[in-house]
Design a protein around this ligand. Structure first.
Ligand code: ADP
Length: 449
């Protein structure tokens, strides 16, 4: 096992990783930017190093400085968390090539393959996993886009090869709009992901977002921990996630889980990962693989009792998964609420400020992954999520009741948060019945406006 691990991240996920290290007896090293000097993850770590000014490009994304810091601190492993460098295959390969260090993540080759969406689609097809209908090669011309529109019908989505989070995705409803949309998708791909390559797939009308948590070791064992339903989205960004999905039956659950396992095997994947699918009319379609720990891994941990982050570290150290697929049991229900410092009454605009009051709820069934304290400054430099509230119960109905209690007792003053929005969702018929699709929230909010 490792002696000392550097977490190349900040906030709640950095603390989450360090908590796993603590239980494994591994010393922890934090890095921080000027803006995060007093951040909770700095306080939590055994040692902490300043890696540069507030802009992420000068600190949390500075590969050179992070590697130097790890070596200087005598760390023997690096965990990237999510965001920042977590899906950067070049960074992963750099760590792989540094003799003193181990990368706590998938092999850089698998990251590169699955990070490019058309290559990922090819791998899935090779593993007999259904993909969203569309091209498996990049497209360059409007003509190729129109061919997909004619074959599968409009709307179609033009997606950036390197894209994610709905960025670099253009939805085209009509053949007349293809030229402009293609140009925009290429431009956004270039700007966000330094890759102007795009491909086309059918844009499904009302799908569910269902994703499968995977763990794979270096000894050929691949397990799935069931699915999460992340269908409650605003502008393609997840807002509430839960496990298991309220709409999947046992047969489809097995099928999707098996497909996810086949898909990652095809890419010689190890460590934790998530295979994302869209599900519509009882059919499932591969969308993409996220080659990192995800924000919402907590929901799967709560219903399986399996510590995904600890396994990431153990697998990276060469250990073997000690449970079979049959040992994975989904028990009860868990819902994760992202506590974002945003104002739902003002189009979810971020609201930086001082946390005058921070008094989170407690008692049975409540888990908080956060790294903030009362009095903290919530800055505008990074994403607006300040905490995650994960509520567990025996079943979904009880989980919703418990979530109401938890959110009722979550007192935050000084910044706006989306807690009032979450409370509304808990009485929303579509959410309560589980019938909401990925389109639901945007349509609702558009109607209100
Ligand atoms: P991620 O955000 O996980 O990187 P994407 O950017 O590919 O993934 O997709 C984000 C969201 O956009 C999905 O969860 C879904 O709501 C929507 N989406 C993506 N592709 C399609 C599609 N072909 N049809 C319908 N919705 C889609």
């Amino acid at each position: 096992m490792f002696d000392k691990l550097l977490v190349a991240n900040r906030g709640e996920i950095a603390v989450r990783v360090m908590a796993a290290c603590e239980e494994l007896g591994i010393d922890t090293v934090a890095i921080y930017s000027e803006a995060d000097r007093n951040n909770g993850h700095v306080e939590y770590a055994d040692e902490a190093y300043n890696v540069g000014p507030a802009p992420a490009s000068d600190s949390y994304l500075d590969q050179e400085t992070i590697v130097e810091t790890a070596l200087e601190a005598g760390a023997d492993a690096i965990h990237p968390g999510y965001g920042f460098l977590a899906e950067n295959a070049e960074f992963a390969s750099r760590i792989e090539e540094t003799e003193e260090l181990t990368w706590v993540g998938p092999p850089s080759d698998a990251m590169a393959q699955l990070g490019e969406k058309t290559r990922a689609r090819q791998a899935m097809q090779a593993a007999d996993v259904p993909v969203v209908p569309g091209t498996t090669e990049p497209v360059e011309s409007a003509k190729e886009v129109r061919e997909v529109g004619e074959e599968f019908g409009y709307p179609v989505a033009i997606k950036a090869e390197g894209g994610g989070g709905g960025r670099g995705m253009q939805i085209v409803h009509d053949s007349a709009d293809v030229d402009d949309a293609l140009e925009t998708a290429q431009r956004e791909g270039k700007a966000y992901f330094d890759n102007d390559s795009v491909y086309v797939e059918k844009y499904l009308a009302a799908p569910k977002h269902i994703e499968v948590q995977i763990l794979a070791d270096e000894h050929g064992n691949v397990r799935h921990l069931g699915e999460r339903d992340c269908s409650l989205q605003r502008r393609h960004q997840k807002v509430i996630e839960e496990a298991p999905s309220p709409v999947l039956d046992e047969e489809l659950r097995q099928e999707i889980g098996d497909a996810a396992r086949r898909g990652v095997r095809e890419a010689d994947y190890t460590n934790a990962g998530t295979v994302e699918f869209l599900v519509e009319d009882g059919e499932f379609y591969f969308m993409e693989v996220n080659t990192r720990i995800q924000v919402e891994h907590t929901a799967s941990e709560e219903v399986t009792g399996i510590d995904v982050v600890r396994w990431q570290i153990r697998v990276a150290a060469g250990e073997q998964l000690d449970f079979s697929q049959d040992n994975v049991e989904i028990e009860g229900h868990a819902i994760e609420f992202r506590i974002n410092a945003e104002n739902p009454a003002d189009d979810f605009a971020p609201t930086p400020g001082t946390l005058e009051t921070y008094d989170p709820p407690g008692s049975i069934g409540i888990r908080l992954d956060h790294a903030v304290n009362q009095g903290d400054e919530i800055g505008g430099d990074y994403d607006s999520m300040i905490a995650k509230l994960i509520v567990s119960a025996d079943d979904r109905k009880q989980c919703i009741k418990r979530s109401k209690r938890a959110l009722e007792h979550y007192d935050i003053e000084g910044v706006h948060t989306i807690i009032p929005f979450h409370r509304l969702m808990l009485t929303d018929e579509a959410f309560v019945t589980g019938s909401h699709t990925t389109k639901y929230l945007d349509e609702e909010l558009a109607e209100e406006a």
